[in-house]
Ligand binder design. Sequence first.
Ligand code: MN3
Length: 246
Amino acid sequence: MENEITRRDMMKGLGLAGVLVGMEGLYHSAQGQTTTGGAAPRQIGECKLPPLPYAYDALEPTLDKETLTLHHGKHHAAYVSGFNGAMKKLEEARATGDFSLIKHWSREFAFHGSGHALHALYWANMTAKGGEPKEDLLEALKQSFGSLDQFKKQFVAATNSVEASGWGVLAYEPYMGHLVVLQAEKHQDLTIWGVCPILVCDVWEHAYYLKYQNRRAEYVDNFMKIVNWEEVARRYAKVKGLVGYR
Ligand code: MN3
């Protein structure tokens, strides 16, 4: 049973954390730093709403001008300002040491950050010209789904059946190295799509209950004393180049 839960949780986690979505424009800072390169850690700054890569009426008749104008100018913009607001509150919490609202602001951060990341990808992955996958991508789709047609059918079925609000997602799953179709119900679930984990602490009770019982905080404090920072640094070195990839 635990295997089932773990696998399900892992797949969800892969969708949430392992997917490399189009992150361009996600972390434009107030200082005007660009998102290319990724050689140095950038300062936390304000995000800006990235412009649409085409005119508001460019996708008609599939998506009409009014829909795109509202979706980009109001909805996506609200995610950007919400993300900036949450970052500011988290910065204040770090400065004052007052983490009493950490649960709320972590959720807001994930909700707006994920909204921003996914919308940036959504705009970029549409074009009026249409087309079909080719070469490497086509091969990967065939390998992962059997055929292009089977991929399309699965993607459409999964997207159509997302419960309530959310997204249909084609993603690269790096653990086994294949493409997967995922459903994202809502999109926040306490992460930002496209993040690459480099340090994790398991707080399922099985990780600490025999020794710490209900004293999770004590376990987490002690965990922080045994972090392998060299391993964290090794992983950071691998992923930092992905920031702002196009
Ligand atoms: Mn939307």
